[in-house]
Design a protein around this ligand. Sequence first.
Ligand code: IVH
Length: 697
Amino acid sequence: MTVSDPISDAAGAPSEAQRDLEAQRDLETARERVDELRGLIRYHDHRYHTLAQPEIGDSQYDELRRELIDLETRFPELITPDSPTQRVAGEPSVEFDSVEHRDPMLSLSNVFGREELTKWHERVVRLLEHDDFGFVCEPKIDGLAISLIYENGSFAIGATRGDGYRGENITPNLRTIDAIPLKLLLPDPPQGMEVRGEVYMSKAEFARLNAERAEAGEQLYINPRNTAAGSLRQLDPKVTASRGLDLFVYQLGWLDGTPPPERHSEAMAWLKDAGFPINPLAQRFDTVEEVAAFCEQWEERRDELEYEIDGVVIKIDSLELQRQLGTVGRDPRWATAWKFPAEQAVTYLKDIAVSVGRTGVLTPFAVLEPVFVGGAMVGMATLHNLAHIQELDIRAKDDVIVQRAGDVIPQVVGPVLSRRAGRRLRKFKMPEVCPVCGTPVQHDPEQAAYYCPNRDCPVQIARTLEHYTGRGALDIEGFGETLSWRLVELGFVETLSDLYALPNRREELLELDGIGEKTLDRLFANLEASKRQPLHRLLIGLSIRHVGGETARALALNFGNMETLRNASAEEIEAIDGIGPIVAEAVHEHFQDEQNAALVDRLIAAGVRMDEDVSARGGPFEGMSIVATGSLSRWSRNEIENLVKRLGGRFAGAVSKKTAFVLAGDGGGSKREKAETLGVEVIDEDEFVERYAEWLD
Ligand code: IVH
């Protein structure tokens, strides 16, 4: 109960009725502003999430949201469920309710390649008795199908596909996904409608999440799709909200109270205006040849996308023709999926073996039951190191998921734990002795490496030889892995300098299988030519710890010749720009070692060049302006900038006609496009490394 205050009443304070009126007016003003703010926020959300063309900066956007939250706090009666502030995660549920889909959520037939596409097309032509129709093609997102229902323009119910007829009501979870509009941007929204789309997790978000889990010592997620599925079906919407899920809408379902569009492409344009994210790569075509070209193009380029796709969906554009064609079983006849070869497959891990590298480091690798994945048979895959195996908990005799995308080397993604159930599999241990020469293995905790300390271990010699003759080093064509191995195995080469004595053993070599006069002549000519390579190439070839292309170049340019370099102290070496104490110490130690010193003497005796043309100072990027975009896997932004500068180039922030090339990592959007319109070359990281290998560490 309120007690009236006689003093303020006497002072002529507003009466209760007056106060009510003012409050009413405030509320009305607030309501107007709240509506305005919501409209603005929805508009900018759409520009940001759907069109990827934001008009305002983050701070301006935050300002709008803050004002809205402020007003809604003061006037809670103005809060509506479709307000942009209501995207907060609600309370956890115990289980999901089930929802019946008004129209079943179908699946798609598949085609693999042109021939099967043509057959699908021929059947459509036969059924329709004409071929006068266009197609819409769009990437087939590897995520989860969802159905979203809007009532009078507001998001009402969202569900999973389930068995196609009944799904789970996951509305609270879907509300946390920023890309799902809570209110349509249409002045006159339909009474009711359903849209369908695919929720997915981007590759970057997946990587971020896994990095976080690795840090926390938690089991890593296997792939973006499964992680997205798990994230959507969380009983606690807060978990879903933390997972950075995204969406593309690919179909207009049913529509009440508004005349339906005539074409799928029209429906998509309308949905885009309504605020839904539509895949910008979708394209309409008139001929099946164009369709095939589009599919092949994306099969080739799938790795460029920020999300995983497993094919291209091809739909007949006309909705009337779609209706005429209808459905067989669960697959519509008016659409099909051009499927890409699977990039992941499950196979049996027969064993975990260990290989020995050039420097004696032991690298575990998977011996797999060969499986066809990413367009190739995979029978082996690196497992990197012990820590990696422990992190993923991979054990011999597990069923494992193998991944091979594009040209990337095959990876073991992880074990299928459900298939391990009940079997006792032993954890992997590093061998105690070198699998090749039997020398006890040593452990270097600092480098987290296990290695064979025996430098006369035949694998180390063969790998050193392979490296010495390789492209970044002395570049002696004809010495591949196989020949290197044979030469070491048969005792022709025990140390690098033996290479130059090979011409004296011509007759013996001719007795080997597959080696004829011509092969030898070519090999010896290449060997002779390699003696004229500049010092930095030789330094790369010598397998000095921590010395790659860039360091080798710096050493060669600064010291000019081998004699000065091998007599330099660690301090003198460290004085070179870009060389730190660890590298300097390693270089100094290398030349102090008796065995290494003797090798250099023998190479000198064999006539190998020992100096550098010092006038060729600078780097491969001299006079070049280089731009980097997207996220690179090998270098941070800072590192790549320093690298470009160190090699003589200018690191530019924007693409222009003068840009020499754009180095593009994952997700480099606008700079890549700019380069393409200007005709500036865009190269990826692998290409960059390939081209400048001799300069890189
Ligand atoms: S259209 C009648 N378009 O693929 C089915 N589906 O195998 C119409 N999918 O359950 C589906 N991206 O989850 C269509 N751009 C796309 C798609 C797509 C992914 C999924 C969808 C569907 C499954 C069919």
